[in-house]
Ligand binder design. Structure first.
Ligand code: OGA
Ligand code: MN
Length: 197
């Protein structure tokens, strides 16, 4: 992960989370959605936050500090090891993680965007864990990530959202989009943050 971030600014790691822990998170995500805990995701920040279904169509449930399930704690512990390692290597001063479960229904997408606008905001590194056990080609919902920092054309990677695959990238540098899902698609998306000054 560290070498990938260092050399390219992004990295995709199939099988990063083991099968059993990933499955438990997938089940929790599905159960919580069935329970009605998810809300339609918005675009923008603070008072500018609004639902714009022409841009993004996922529903989310935020991980609530102090209310984590055992499954979430296992994942958060892994993220904590990563956060410390990233700080040690790159001196980024990341101080915490915020994240949410996300579900895209059939046809759902998220148009090309950056997770942080240049020079603003506290989200420094994006981390996504995919939770789709039987994903196969044709199921859609790939992450399209343009691999040239700051550019939204040219070369891109198409990352399959398979159970246990983790993707990390520099939140303000890499344009990305979620291709339309043909089948429902689940993930946990979050960000390592730095203090906003
Ligand atoms: C996001 C996002 C990508 C993905 O939630 O900001 O870009 O593959 N998600 O889920
Ligand atoms: Mn994004």
């Amino acid at each position: 992960m560290l070498n990938g971030l260092d050399q390219h600014g992004w990295v995709s790691m199939p099988g990063c989370m083991n099968h059993d822990d990933s499955i438990r998170l997938a089940r929790e995500c599905q159960a919580s959605c069935d329970n009605g805990d998810f809300v339609t995701a918005g675009v923008g920040r603070g008072k500018g936050l609004e639902v714009r279904e022409n841009i993004r169509q996922d529903r989310v449930k935020w991980i609530q500090p102090g209310e984590e399930s055992v499954e979430q704690e296992i994942y958060l512990a892994k993220l904590e090891v990563m956060r410390l390692a990233i700080n040690e290597r790159f001196f980024l001063g990341l101080f915490d993680f915020e994240g949410h479960f996300a579900i895209y229904s059939e046809g759902g997408f998220y148009k090309a965007h950056l997770d942080r606008h240049a020079g603003t905001g506290s989200r420094i590194v994006t981390v996504i864990l995919y939770l789709n056990e039987h994903w196969q080609p044709g199921d859609g919902g790939e992450l399209k990530l343009w691999t040239t920092s700051g550019s939204r054309d040219g070369a891109y990677a198409l990352i399959e959202p398979r159970l246990g695959t983790m993707v990390c990238f520099m939140a303000g540098d890499f344009w990305h989009e979620v291709m339309p899902a043909v089948k429902p698609r689940m993930s946990i998306t979050g960000w390592f943050r730095r203090c906003e000054t």
